[in-house]
Design a protein. Structure first.
Ligand code: HEM
Length: 512
């Protein structure tokens, strides 16, 4: 009787127990998939193994991501091989990420090529922002290179380098010049002279000491190839189990370039240490910090490489886009010219501080960065903890977080006639309130925001407008071969940064 009772009970409870266990299982799986309660962001259906890589194979990456976000929403998830990316494409998502989740997404995913020579373990670009070495480096850059005092001290050096560029174009007046190539040379020399008082590109004809000999003449190409190599899509990043094979050889090639670059920099550092002669530049400050035991000698070349890698292309691309956009918009160009004439008319040679007195030119630069940001996806971040939530969705730990600043800065909900180049919006509209620091207005963040905001901003905001003002003060610029403004190709491509697909060529015509 007892036996009968218990088997009856078991039989009647069995379906319920099975249901409960199944529910528990589903709940556990669901919670694991959603990161503990919240759903995962929507996104295009991934294919086995490759995930959504096929969705990204055509077109310019930030354009493709913008189109996908129109379908799947402002917080969108993609599987890139075995890695996960969450793409934020609205101001509100960006605001939430920067203000509420900044600490938990402050890591950077490390592209495999950057592991060459241990670079990623020592560079501030890739170290965790809470890492003591990263904090120390950021603090030193901030105090000894980017602070108002240090920037003021190096002002005449920067002015000299920009004048070298103007003199170079002057010698080629009336002929077609490649603006990107020359501006890049100027920017590298400006960085090398403010850091260690030497020209690294000697074909601009400056009077400063130049590095000669093996490798030095090709430093422009070396830095460019290095940046190109580390930003190229790499199968090792999507399938980490293939890393050891380095199938595209990108890590090996980057390793060779780093070795060459570090060789050049080590030589500069050793010669300075041996000479005991002070030059009053950044290298002097860094060697003082080495003597004081604040940093080690082998951190110094990495800090210099960070400056070249992050500062060279960015400032060049920004100047090139601004020149292109002005050539494409003759009425805006005329206004910039009129302003320069009004404010600086009597001056033969202009100074860096003069650019601060050119509000229309400053607005034209901002508007250029809105339309053609150097970093349209900023620099990728990575979620380091569970529990990150953006827009009501879970951002899984370990996923890459991309800010589609390009999409946000062209969002028709936020910008009137967003495709139109109109510097006036940074003079008379709401945009007038926006500064470059991305603190309050997340619809305009060309330098990023939060704890990983671009540390080079104080330098860039002095140098880029000054270079533009210098180019436009000295020359009238014409498009080559009778090309009309409308014919100027404004296509973007994503390589080292958001660069012009067709390098800008123009003819400098002497004004003075
Ligand atoms: C027009 C010029 C420039 C633009 C538009 C620009 C833009 C950016 C952006 C969008 C980021 C990522 C910010 C984020 O993750 O929130 C960044 C990071 C960085 N930038 Fe710039 N940048 C420029 C010039 C420079 C210069 C001149 C230097 C140095 C000389 C520099 C050094 C860096 C470094 C080291 C980082 C990484 C910071 C970190 O990971 O903590 N940048 N920049």
């Amino acid at each position: 009787m007892e036996m009968e009772m218990s088997s009856e009970v078991v039989i009647s409870w069995l379906p319920w127990a099975t249901l409960a266990v199944s529910l528990l299982y589903c709940l556990t799986v669901w919670r694991r998939r959603t990161g503990g309660g919240r759903p995962l962001p929507p996104g295009p259906a991934p294919l086995p193994l490759i995930g959504n890589l096929h969705n990204l194979r055509a077109g310019v990456l930030h354009h493709t991501l913008t189109s996908l976000a129109r379908v799947h929403g402002p917080v969108m998830m993609l599987k890139l091989g075995l890695s996960t990316a969450v793409v934020l494409s609205s101001r509100d998502a960006a605001r939430e990420a920067f203000t509420k989740q900044d600490r938990r997404i402050a890591a950077r995913p490390v592209p495999d090529a950057n592991r060459a020579g241990g670079f990623a373990d020592r560079s501030m670009i890739f170290l965790l922002s809470s890492n003591p070495l990263c904090k120390a480096i950021r603090g030193i850059h901030g105090t000894h290179y980017f602070s108002p005092r240090s920037l003021a001290a190096a002002c005449t050096v920067r002015e000299r380098k920009v004048r070298d560029m103007v003199a170079y174009f002057r010698r080629r007046a009336g002929t077609v010049v490649d603006i990107r190539r020359t501006v890049y040379g100027c920017v590298l020399n400006l960085l090398s002279n403010t850091t260690f008082s030497v020209d690294v590109v000697d074909d601009l004809g400056g009077a400063d000491e130049a590095i000669h000999g093996d490798g030095a003449g090709g430093l422009r190409e070396l830095v460019h190839e290095l940046v190109n190599g580390v930003t190229r899509p790499n199968v090792s990043d999507y399938f980490p189990f293939l890393r050891a094979l380095d199938l595209q050889g990108l890590r090996r090639a980057t390793g060779r370039r780093f070795e060459k670059l570090f060789g050049i920099l080590d030589d500069v550092i050793d010669r300075r240490s041996a000479s005991k002669q002070k030059r009053g530049d950044y290298l002097d400050s860094l060697l003082d910090l080495v003597s004081a035991g604040k940093i080690t000698r082998d951190t110094v070349p990495i800090m210099l490489v960070d400056v070249f890698v992050a500062g060279g292309d960015t400032m060049t691309v920004s100047v090139e886009w601004a020149m292109a956009v002005l050539l494409r918009n003759p009425s805006a160009m005329a206004k910039v010219r009129a302003e320069i004439k009004d404010v600086l008319g009597g001056k033969e040679v202009i100074e860096e501080a003069d650019a601060e007195r050119l509000p229309y030119l400053q607005a034209a630069w901002k508007e250029t960065m809105r339309l053609h940001p150097v970093g349209p996806l900023l620099v990728p971040r990575m979620a380091t903890e569970d529990g990150v939530e953006i827009g009501g969705y879970a951002v899984p730990k370990g996923s890459t977080v991309l800010f589609n600043a390009w999409a946000i800065m062209r969002d028709p909900e936020l910008w009137e006639r967003p495709e139109e180049f109109s510097p006036e919006r940074f003079l008379h509209g709401r945009a007038e309130e926006f500064d470059l620091r991305g603190k309050e207005y997340f619809e305009f963040t060309p330098f990023g925001s939060g704890r990983r905001i671009c540390p080079g901003l104080p330098l860039a905001e002095r140098v880029v407008p000054f270079m533009l003002a210098s180019l436009l003060h000295a020359f009238d610029w014409q498009l080559p071969d009778g090309m009309s403004a409308d014919e100027l190709d404004m296509s973007e491509t994503f390589s080292t940064a958001n660069v012009r697909a067709v390098p800008l060529k123009a003819v400098p015509v002497l004004l003075t």
